[in-house]
Write a protein that binds this ligand. Sequence first.
Ligand code: IPD
Ligand code: CA
Ligand code: CA
Length: 270
Amino acid sequence: MTVYEFAKGLILEAGNNVTKIMQQEIEIETKSNPNDLVTNVDKATEKFLFDNIKKTYPNHAVIGEEGHGHDLSETSGVVWVVDPIDGTLNFVHQQENFAISIGIFKDGEPYAGFVYDVINNVLYHCKAGEGAYENERLLPTLIEDILEKSIIGINPNWLTKPKLGPMLQPIVEDSRSARAYGSAALEIVYVATGKLGAYITPRLQPWDFAGGMIILNEVNGRATNMLGEPLSILHPNSVVVANSSLHENLIHNYFDNYKDTLIALHERFK
Ligand code: IPD
Ligand code: CA
Ligand code: CA
């Protein structure tokens, strides 16, 4: 069995466990602030993934949101980047619109990506270089489209920030419309399927984007930070995800004018 096949079976099993535990009462705790939530399901799912990966592949490294591998300082060997529940606020408030996300890298290069929309039983997945799938359907290469004809994904909270609002508001104004789904992993795969033209956010952790980014690569989408630089899986990043011509338009016509603000933002991520 390949690592890709093993990971595919594992994420489906993790999703199955989530739907079972959800039937019981969800225990909620706060983390860094009253809106930063974690549940027993986030923790149990990360533990399930970590224990099974380590049992099968003791030499693989795992970076997970809820505590595993945060001290990793380099990407040699096989590294799994895991978000047990992406969209925890949706999970708590809506019991839907969340996903399990896994990105696997070999010596820093994308190897396989998975984003599992548990409630709808849709698995977005790929082995790098072999095309991306929505369940069994091969996803076509992305169609290039202009901002004026695109729906973009962006969390409205960012538009209220004094330094970032003026940079982001013109993008919303120039787009056909904007949406916020509350799960970065799902929003990135919505770009990969063409449901969104772009997804933009000034700050994400590696586990939020790792799985989706690998899937997006397979359909010729682009994912970088707002300075147009590659995304690192070792620290937070700003993230711009889009088809390649829209991506270039966003970087050159919207973000370039805010280079100093963006450089200062990224300094804080290191
Ligand atoms: C969050 C979601 C959300 C994004 C946040 C993430 P979590 O992940 O992806 O859409 O706006 O920045 O932290 O905490 O639900 O795993
Ligand atoms: Ca997340
Ligand atoms: Ca999470």
